[in-house]
Design a protein. Structure first.
Length: 156
């Protein structure tokens, strides 16, 4: 399957695409089931997620806490805004690094693609400066490491 692609659009948008060998139902579930998220959504090697709360319902909470190999850490909070099981998730999230970042509105689509799934994630940031700050964190590398882990999970 192809690797992650990250593109910017305008001043406020980031669009990420990636193909998975698993069906949309499995990839969707991996993005909403807390136990699965703790196994793959870790970023760079050695990072752990000791806390993961995911309540996949309208208004449901999201909270993920990561511990880095160097002893540092950060967390994310958010809420689910829309859920169309197995095809679309819309949520808002904010990172605490340690101070909160402005809200990032995220729409993730899961489309059947031959023998797997094409995932398209569109992030809407409040302004160009926030987007630049987010991209400077190395998020692309961390996301690819996480999605490579997801490829190895048996989630179908």
């Amino acid at each position: 399957m192809s690797k992650l692609t990250l593109k910017t659009e305008g001043e406020r948008f980031v669009v990420i695409t990636r193909r998975f060998a698993a069906p949309p139902e499995a990839v969707y579930r991996a993005h909403t089931d807390a136990a699965l998220m703790q196994r793959w959504m870790l970023g760079p090697e050695g990072t752990t997620m000791p806390v993961c709360i995911s309540e996949p319902r309208l208004g449901g909470r999201i909270r993920c806490e990561w511990k880095m190999p160097n002893g540092g850490g950060f967390h994310l909070t958010g809420e689910y805004l829309e859920l169309e099981p197995f095809s679309r998730i819309v949520h808002v999230e904010r990172m605490f690094l340690p101070n909160p970042t402005p809200d990032n509105h995220v729409e993730t689509r899961f489309e059947r693609d031959d023998d797997g799934t094409l995932m398209t994630m569109r992030m809407t940031l409040p302004d160009a400066a926030t987007r630049a700050q987010m991209l400077a964190t190395g998020m692309e590398h961390g996301m690819e490491a996480s999605y490579a882990r997801l490829d190895k999970l048996s989630v179908s």
